[in-house]
Write a protein that binds this ligand. Structure first.
Ligand code: IDP
Ligand code: MG
Length: 139
């Protein structure tokens, strides 16, 4: 298993609000290298599967409709200690609780529409990266 990679999405709110460039700048300035990247839109089935772990949560329907509401940018990133360092860079789920200097503090609208995704473990980084990219698309 690759332990120096993580998976991210720039979510529909951040794309819609014109923050793609600024977010990529924060990510690469923090030392992450882009190993795969695509501008795409999730189908309802893809969003349901990606967030299946949250299927029983009250916000699941809202989450799926938000994540399919517009285009996203999906990417695989590489850096030493990628998963933990990227979670630190994006900040708390709720931007009201996110630290200064984090992506969510700067660009998230609220706890649901929170600008970016970051994998929470090496195992999920691998699964999520493969969910979005074929082997040929990963460098
Ligand atoms: P994370 O993205 O910081 O890991 P999770 O708890 O795994 O947060 O939740 C996944 C996503 O579900 C969040 O990023 C957010 O978009 C959405 N979400 C989480 N909690 C809520 C909520 O209370 N209301 C609406 N959406 C939520
Ligand atoms: Mg999570």
């Amino acid at each position: 298993m690759t332990t120096n990679r993580t998976f991210t999405m720039i979510k529909p709110d951040a794309v819609e609000n014109g923050h793609i460039g600024n977010i990529i700048d924060m990510v690469t300035s923090a030392g992450f290298e882009i190993k795969a990247m695509k501008y795409t839109r999730l189908s309802k089935e893809q969003a349901q599967e990606f967030y299946a772990v949250h299927a029983e949560r009250p916000f699941y329907g809202e989450l799926v409709s938000y994540m399919t509401s517009g285009p996203i940018v999906a990417a695989i990133l590489e850096k030493e200690n990628a998963v933990a360092d990227f979670r630190a860079l994006i900040g708390a789920t709720d931007p009201a609780e996110a630290a200064e200097g984090t992506i969510r503090k700067a660009y998230a609208e609220n706890k649901g529409r929170n600008a970016v995704h970051g994998s929470d473990s090496d195992e999920n980084a691998e699964i999520e990266g493969k969910f979005h990219f074929s082997a040929e698309e990963i460098h």
